[in-house]
Design a protein around this ligand. Structure first.
Ligand code: PEP
Length: 269
């Protein structure tokens, strides 16, 4: 059975300055209603977090950082720590493939960031997923195993309800504006990968923890594909990149999630 609230996270990545971010939030406020069935999370740039925290309607949205450093304070020029973000965000994206592949974040750095996030009461959204090359070489299950097992290895079972996993196959991620034409993973690929992820968590922390942990899909999701993805076995929500930069498209995704939630409530009596 699926977790009750659908979680939709907007990853704005390195897009929009503070005033553009504020305009997009203003448009989303106008367009989006409070829905108890859906939890909405916005991940703007680090620079926009503070001003948006003053503007945000907390009944509608929560804030998320896109990255942070695992040491709480000290001589780490240019970094921002999880402890500095504690009062500002509920979530932080950790281990995004941009960070793993473009900034060389190792499995161990991701593990330390997950632990620092949990230690500072920020829910990490741990991104895992294989590259096109790894998929072609049939290494997907091994990659997912290594990423999940290493990232969670410094936690205890009581921490698992406080984490979110996002399955993001790297080959399915858009470059931003091409999300509508980009290849997305099939329901079968998504369901299988999520099964592997939950199996790895079960091995570490037991079946209940594995069944309860929220798992998102990310990769070129749009208002037209959202519902099909959300209906896929094991999917509890979406991590949305390119499509979240357009308020009409993003609200279309939320509408699709709401329609799915309400029709499944009707079907379940
Ligand atoms: C992402 O990079 O986290 C993402 C989901 O991007 P997109 O939706 O643009 O593929």
């Amino acid at each position: 059975m699926k977790n009750s609230r659908t979680l939709i996270v907007a990853n704005w990545k390195m897009n929009m300055n503070v005033s553009q971010s504020s305009i997009l939030l203003h448009r989303l406020h106008e367009r989006i209603r409070i829905r108890r069935e859906i939890e909405l999370v916005l991940a703007p740039s680090m620079l926009a977090l503070q001003p948006l925290s003053m503007q945000i309607d907390r009944r509608k949205f929560r804030l998320c950082a896109q990255n942070a450093y695992f040491v709480d304070e000290g001589p780490f020029t240019g970094e921002v720590s999880f402890s500095m973000l504690q009062d500002l965000v509920h979530y932080c994206i950790v281990g995004h493939s941009d960070r793993r592949h473009k900034f060389g974040e190792s499995l161990e750095v991701v593990r330390d960031k997950v632990a620092a996030s949990v230690r500072n009461d920020i829910m990490p959204i741990l991104c895992v997923g294989e590259t096109a090359q790894e998929r072609k070489a049939k290494e997907t299950n091994q990659v997912l195993h290594d990423q999940v097992v290493t990232a969670l290895s410094n936690l205890t079972s009581s921490d698992i309800p406080n984490i979110v996993i996002a399955y993001e196959p790297v080959w399915a991620l858009s470059a931003g504006s091409d999300y509508a034409h980009h290849e997305i993973a099939t329901p079968e690929i998504i369901a299988n990968a999520i099964k592997v992820i939950r199996h790895n968590i079960a091995e570490l922390y037991g079946k209940k923890a594995a069944a309860d942990v929220r798992v998102l899909y990310g990769g070129s999701a749009s208002s037209t594909t959202a519902r099909g993805i959300l209906e896929t076995e094991g999917v509890d929500g979406l991590l949305v990149g390119g499509a979240s930069l357009n308020y009409q498209e993003f609200s279309g995704i939320i509408d699709a999630a709401y329609r799915m939630q309400t029709s499944s409530e009707v079907n379940n009596g």
